[in-house]
Design a binder for this molecule. Structure first.
Ligand SMILES: Nc1nc2c(ncn2[C@@H]2O[C@H](COP(=O)(O)OP(=O)(O)OP(=O)(O)O)[C@@H](O)[C@H]2O)c(=O)[nH]1
Length: 656
C-alpha cells in the first residue's frame, strides 16, 4: 500500500512517501523548520532535487572546524548537522562525520569530511559547507588542504584545557592562509571550565579580543545556533564569477569500490555539469563528468555545481595516478590557468611493508594504490630485503598516521603484511673518492636503515630536526628542561601565555621524539602538556647502524640508526623487549644487538616445550583438532627467522 501526500507552502515543499512500514520524506532545502520537523520525528529524509543556482555566492559560506585533539570538532559538526535538520536530532549522534572504522574504534578523526547544510537566517536560506578536520599533528596535511576550500574557520578551544600546541599550529595555518577566524570556546558545561583564563590566553597568543569569542557546549547544544549565525555574519562569502569558464580545485579524494575515484571539488569559477567534458591541468587527461553533487552529508546528486560551491564529482577515474590532490579541473574547450597546487606532504617517518607471503605482492600493491588515493600524504616506493623479499617503503607524517594506515590496510583491504620498524630519513655525504661508485651520488637520502653505507666511505651524516612547541602549566617547568636535554633538544625560547601556562620552543632531532616522547611529556606533566612540531631541515650528527640478531640471523625489520651516544642504551632496551616478545622455542635463542660487528647487548631466551594437545590424550578428538586449528591460526601471525618463529608485528611490541 502506498499513499502520497504533498504539502505546498510558501517556501518549502515536502513529499511524504508512505510505504507499509517505512516513511521517506522528500524535503526541500529551503526551510529549517520543515527539515527540523521531520528529522526530529526520526524520519528518513531525502533532499528533493535542488537547483543550486538559487545559491549565489552571497548565500554561501565555506568553513572548516579546526582545533587541538579532542576539543570537540566532530561534536560541534554533529550539532550543526542536527540544528540544520541535515540529520535527525531524535537519535544520539556521535561524531557522525567520522565514517571510517578506524575513526570509530579510536574515537579520533583522521580524515577531513565535508558536509553541506542549509540554514535559514534573516529571511534567506544559506548553503553552508563545513569541513570537519582532524586535530592530531600527524593529520595536519588534511587541515591545510581543507583550508583551501574555505574562506573562514571556526577555531574551537576547550574551555577546560585552554590553548594547546595544536591550537597554535592550526591557528597559524588559518592565519597564514588569510582566512577569517571565528573563535569559539567549547565545553563551558564542565566544572573546570575557566572562560576568563582561556580568553586571556587567546588574547596573548593570537591577539583575539574576548568579545569576539563565542561560548558553547557542543555536547548539550548550548550556544551552537549562535555559531551558525556568526558563520554567516562574520565569514565572507566566496569570491567567484559563474560566467567565467569552469575552474575547480580538487582538494580531496576517496576511492570507492564500484565507483572508482570520487573527488571533492571546490568550484572557484563557472559551473560544472553532469556530462561535461573536463580536463585535469596536471595530467592533461580528459574525462566525462558522470555525477556531481553535494555532501548532505552523504553524496546527493545535484547535476551541477556553481562557482563558490563545494561538492563531489565522479568522472570514471580508475587509477590513483590520475587523481592529483591540488589539481585544477577545467572544461575541455575552455582551458584556464592552473591554481597553485598544494605544498606536497613531507613524510617524517618511514617504514617497510612486506607481504606476509611473496605471492601476495600484487594484491598488496593494489591495496596500497587504493588506500593512498584516500590518503595522498603517504609516499610509496619499492623496497626489497634479503630476508623479507620484495615490498614497499612507505613514508608517513608520524607514528599515529603509520599505525592508522596499517590498520586501514588490514581492515579495509584485508592485507596481511610484515611491517618494519619506523625510522626517519637520514642524509649521508659520501667521501669524494672517484673510485667509489656507491649509489653514484655524493649525497644520498637513507629511507631504509639497512641501506646505510659502510662508515669507511661516509664523510658526514645528517639527521632530520623538528621545530616544536610545548605548552605546560608553570608548575611543571622544572621537568621540561631535563626531558628536553635527555632527548638532545635545544630550548630556543620560553614565554608565558598567561599567568599559569608557559610555551617552549624547542629544536629536537626527529628521531628522539618519534616513539615515546609525547607519553613521557604527558607523564611528567600529569597529562597537562601539549606538543606540536614541524620540519626543521637536517643537522650533522654522529650516527651508527644497530642490527639485531637471533641465533646469528639478522632481524631485518628491526635494523635502526641511532645517535652514537644512545646506541648502547637502545640496544639493551630492545634486546630485553625482544626476549619478552618472542615466544619460547624448542631450543635456546640468543638475542644480540650489534654495531659494526661489536656486540652491544646479549640475552638468551630459554627453550620451552609446548605440546598444546598434551592434555588431550584419550580425550575428545574434536577438542584436539580445535586446539591444533588455533595453533595453526597463531602461526599465520608468525614469520620464520631461520628456525625461529617470530610474531610478524614484533617491532610494534618492542618499540611502542
Ligand atoms: N563535557 C563536554 N564534553 C564535550 C563537549 N564537546 C565534546 N565533548 C567530548 O569531548 C570528546 C572529544 O570530542 P570530539 O568531538 O571527538 O573531539 P574532536 O576535536 O573532533 O577530536 P579529534 O577529531 O580526535 O581531534 C568526546 O568525548 C565528546 O563527547 C562539551 O561541550 N562538553
Amino acid at each position: 500500500m502506498r499513499e502520497e501526500h504533498i504539502l505546498h507552502k510558501k517556501k518549502f515543499q515536502a513529499c511524504l512517501n508512505i510505504h507499509s512500514h517505512n516513511l521517506t520524506v522528500i524535503i526541500s532545502p529551503l526551510s529549517n523548520s520543515t527539515r527540523n520537523l521531520f528529522t526530529s520525528l526520526g524520519l528518513q529524509t531525502k533532499l528533493e532535487k535542488i537547483d543550486l543556482l538559487q545559491f549565489p555566492a552571497d548565500l554561501i559560506r565555506n568553513f572548516s572546524i579546526i582545533a587541538h585533539v579532542d576539543h570537540g570538532k566532530s561534536t560541534l559538526a554533529d550539532r550543526l548537522l542536527e540544528i540544520t535538520g541535515t540529520i535527525s536530532s531524535n537519535i544520539k549522534n556521535e561524531q557522525v562525520l567520522d565514517k571510517l572504522q578506524v575513526e570509530r574504534e579510536r574515537g579520533i578523526t583522521v580524515k577531513a569530511q565535508t558536509a553541506s547544510l542549509f540554514y535559514e537566517y534573516k529571511g534567506q536560506t544559506y548553503l553552508l559547507n563545513l569541513v570537519d578536520t582532524p586535530g592530531h599533528v600527524d593529520f595536519n596535511y588534511e587541515v591545510s588542504r581543507s583550508l583551501r576550500a574555505c574562506e573562514g574557520v571556526i577555531l574551537l578551544v576547550d574551555a577546560n584545557q585552554g590553548v594547546q600546541a595544536q591550537t597554535v599550529a592550526n591557528f597559524f595555518l588559518a592565519f597564514e592562509a588569510d582566512l577569517t577566524i571565528l573563535p569559539v570556546l567549547n565545553k563551558i558545561d564542565l566544572p573546570g571550565a575557566d572562560v576568563e583564563t582561556v580568553q586571556k590566553q587567546m588574547k596573548n597568543v593570537f591577539d583575539i579580543e574576548p568579545h569576539e569569542i563565542l561560548q558553547v557546549s557542543t555536547k548539550h547544544g548550548t550556544g551552537v545556533e549562535e555559531v551558525l549565525k556568526a558563520v554567516i555574519d562574520r565569514i565572507p562569502p566566496p569570491t567567484t564569477d559563474i560566467k567565467k569558464p569552469f575552474k575547480g580545485l580538487v582538494f580531496d579524494s576517496t576511492y570507492e569500490k564500484f565507483k572508482g575515484a570520487v573527488t571533492n571539488v571546490s568550484v572557484k569559477d563557472g559551473v560544472v555539469k553532469k556530462g561535461d567534458k573536463i580536463v585535469s591541468a596536471h595530467t592533461k587527461k580528459s574525462y566525462e563528468v558522470q555525477d556531481v553533487g553535494i555532501l548532505y552529508p552523504e553524496q546527493t546528486s545535484t547535476g551541477c555545481l556553481y562557482g563558490g560551491q563545494v561538492g563531489y564529482m565522479m568522472a570514471n577515474i580508475k587509477s590513483m595516478t590520475d587523481v592529483w590532490i591540488g589539481d585544477t579541473l577545467y572544461h575541455e574547450k575552455s582551458p584556464v590557468e592552473a591554481l597553485p597546487g598544494f605544498k606536497p606532504a613531507k613524510p617524517m617517518v618511514f617504514a617497510g611493508i612486506y607481504p606476509m607471503d611473496q605471492s601476495e605482492y600484487q594484491s598488496l600493491k593494489m591495496a596500497l594504490e587504493k588506500l593512498t588515493m584516500n590518503d595522498p600524504s603517504v609516499s610509496v616506493s619499492n623496497d626489497n630485503s634479503e630476508a623479507l623479499g620484495v615490498g614497499f617503503r612507505l613514508g608517513f607524517l608520524g607514528l599515529l598516521h603509520m599505525d592508522v594506515f596499517n590498520q586501514r590496510l588490514e581492515q579495509e583491504y584485508d592485507a596481511s603484511v610484515i611491517p618494519t620498524a619506523p625510522n626517519v630519513s637520514y642524509k649521508v655525504k659520501l667521501k669524494g673518492d672517484k673510485n667509489i661508485k656507491f649509489y653514484g651520488a655524493e649525497e644520498i637520502i637513507i629511507l631504509n636503515p639497512c641501506k646505510l653505507p659502510d662508515p669507511s666511505i661516509i664523510e658526514a651524516q645528517y639527521e632530520p630536526m623538528v621545530y616544536s612547541t610545548i605548552i605546560v602549566p608553570v608548575d611543571y617547568i622544572g621537568d621540561i628542561n631535563p626531558l628536553c636535554m635527555e632527548r638532545r633538544g635545544e630550548i630556543l625560547d620560553q614565554s608565558y601565555i598567561d599567568d599559569t601556562r608557559i610555551m617552549f620552543k624547542v629544536i629536537f632531532p626527529l628521531n628522539e621524539i618519534l616513539i615515546d616522547f609525547y607519553d613521557e611529556l604527558k607523564s611528567v606533566s600529569s597529562g597537562y602538556a601539549s606538543f606540536d612540531y614541524e620540519d626543521h631541515g637536517y643537522q650533522e650528527s654522529d650516527l651508527v647502524k644497530i642490527i639485531y640478531l637471533l641465533n646469528g640471523k639478522e632481524l631485518d625489520e628491526l635494523t635502526m640508526i641511532s645517535h652514537i651516544t644512545k646506541a648502547r642504551q637502545k640496544g639493551r632496551e630492545i634486546v630485553e623487549k625482544l626476549c619478552k616478545s618472542i615466544p619460547r622455542q624448542l631450543f635456546k635463542v640468543s638475542v644480540q644487538a650489534c654495531v659494526g660487528g661489536k656486540v652491544l647487548a646479549r640475552e638468551d631466551i630459554q627453550p620451552y616445550r609446548k605440546d598444546v594437545t598434551a592434555k588431550c590424550y584419550g580425550g575428545d578428538i574434536s577438542r584436539k583438532n580445535k586446539l591444533l586449528k588455533r595453533q595453526a591460526e597463531g602461526k599465520k601471525k608468525m614469520r620464520m627467522i631461520g628456525k625461529i618463529s617470530v610474531p610478524k608485528d614484533v617491532f610494534i611490541k618492542v618499540l611502542i
